[in-house]
Design a binder for this molecule. Structure first.
Ligand SMILES: [Mn+2]
Length: 461
């Protein structure tokens, strides 16, 4: 007998049931290109597509990205988007505000995956758009589009949860093909991270080798990882200073920026890579007329706790407009893609054993609980289905205690997944001196401080 799809007995009826089946190949590929509109709504309702179709989309996108130059040259009108980080429901808002992808040119600055729980949906929709409109949709590489970061953060786990290692490996090979930078209107250099001591002319990017996992140093690493120094005058003790916040690459200041812009006849660097409370930040290091660095960050309420706005740039006829937006609601996903049964079993067991305790307990005064070897042995016997005839109330009580500790440790480990609260650094001076501290501002700063360790590149896996 087949089970009925529980359409009518959902406890929260306003949340629609996710599609029961993946899209079929014929539904998704009515032509030789994926139907991105169908995919958009299917993913929005938490639907999946078949592994073979996923691999097919990745494969076509990989070929397209591979054929593009390392330094792309574009003219406006164009919408420029910063980090998205697996926030699919915010990505839908970006496409909504940024212009219809059928006739709007887009430049994405990288960091499509990790942190959020819907990276697969973000990157597959992006690739599907790229396949449909290869001369309108452009994507650069971010520091998260690599094997090291996706293994440390959650994109690899998401691939294994929703598909398998084949899909993950195919994504990694496609990331190796992403272009590194873009020149906009002959005036702006767009890149994920920033400048490099090895970057002198645009030809350095044009002729660099890019088809591999980025290393820990060199031009490719810096384009993905470097940051401008966060000060109003751009002053820095050296032209490039080691970036201890990232654990690799450099900070660059006004001197390096002015020289690079002048030597290459550019106005500004447009980059992403750093969460911003307002979704963007402008640094005026080349006079008050126009910022020399524009940071754009497009993941609102980053990691569900920064309370920041998202922003994107709309360039039209040489005029630059910043569009800000708030975060969108998204379905709740348990940490590490844990299912609800794995999540609830410890709670259920604890309640059952507590019940047994009430039934069997004889000595009400035994308050001090010691978990010793005999207790652990009895728990093992219980697990193996050997119910000892000597099972006493105090032993059961120890089991309850033991299970409670297990459950508490589980809750603790879950809360540590979202924000790592150990080794908190002191806030940077510029942050503590912020003029008006509103609630959101405080939340943003606290989240940034608590999340500091996660913005740093690990020394090794
Ligand atoms: Mn980044």
């Amino acid at each position: 007998m087949a089970f009925q799809i529980p359409l009518i007995d959902r406890p929260i009826s306003e949340i629609p049931l996710p599609p029961y089946f993946p899209l079929t190949h014929d539904e998704l590929f009515k032509s030789d290109k994926p139907d991105w509109k169908l995919l958009t709504s299917h993913f929005a309702s938490e639907g999946r597509i078949l592994k073979q179709d996923t691999l097919h989309i990745i494969s076509i996108a990989t070929q397209l990205l591979k054929s593009e130059p390392t330094l792309i040259i574009l003219q406006d009108p164009i919408t420029v988007v910063g980090d998205i980080h697996g926030q699919y429901y915010d990505f839908l808002e970006i496409l909504n505000l940024g212009g219809n992808p059928e006739n709007t040119q887009y430049l994405f600055l990288g960091d499509y995956v990790d942190r959020g729980a819907f990276s697969i949906e973000v990157i597959l929709l992006l690739y599907s758009l790229k396949i449909n409109y290869p001369s309108l949709i452009f994507m650069l590489r971010g520091n998260h589009e690599c094997r090291q970061m996706t293994s440390l953060f959650n994109f690899r786990s998401e691939c294994l949860y929703k598909y398998d290692l084949d899909v993950y490996d195919a994504f990694m090979d496609s990331f190796d093909c992403l272009p590194m930078a873009c020149v906009l209107n002959n005036n702006f250099l767009a890149v994920h991270g920033g400048l490099s001591p090895e970057l002198h002319s645009l030809d350095d990017i044009k002729y660099m080798r890019r088809f591999f996992e980025p290393g820990r140093e060199g031009l490719q690493c810096d384009l993905l990882w470097s940051d401008p120094v966060d000060s109003s005058d751009g002053r820095l003790s050296q032209v490039f200073k080691n970036n201890e916040v990232r654990g690799c690459s450099f900070f660059f200041g006004g001197e390096a920026t002015r020289k690079f812009l002048k030597d290459n006849n550019l106005i500004a660097v447009i980059r992403a890579h750093e969460a911003q409370k307002d979704g963007f930040k402008m640094l005026y290091w080349n006079g008050p007329n126009f910022p020399s660095i524009i940071t754009i960050f497009s993941a609102p309420n980053y990691c569900d706790c920064y309370k920041n706005k998202g922003a994107m740039i709309r360039f039209d006829d040489g005029v630059l407009n910043i569009e800000q937006y708030n975060h969108s609601k998204h379905p709740h996903v348990l940490p590490n893609f844990m299912d609800v049964f794995k999540w609830s079993v410890p709670f259920v067991i604890e309640k059952i054993v507590q019940m047994m305790c009430v039934i069997l307990k004889k000595d009400q005064n035994s308050s001090k609980i010691i978990v010793d070897d005999s207790c652990i042995r009895r728990i093992c016997e219980l697990e193996q289905g050997v119910m000892s005839s000597e099972l006493k109330g105090d032993t059961i009580e120890k089991i309850v205690f033991f299970l409670r500790k297990l459950r508490e440790s589980k809750i603790k480990s879950v809360s540590e997944v979202t924000i790592n609260e150990i080794n908190l650094p002191k806030p940077r001076k510029s942050l503590t001196e912020a003029p008006v501290i509103t609630d959101d501002n405080e939340s943003f700063i606290n989240a940034k401080i608590n999340d500091w360790i996660n913005e740093k590149r690990p020394s090794s896996l």
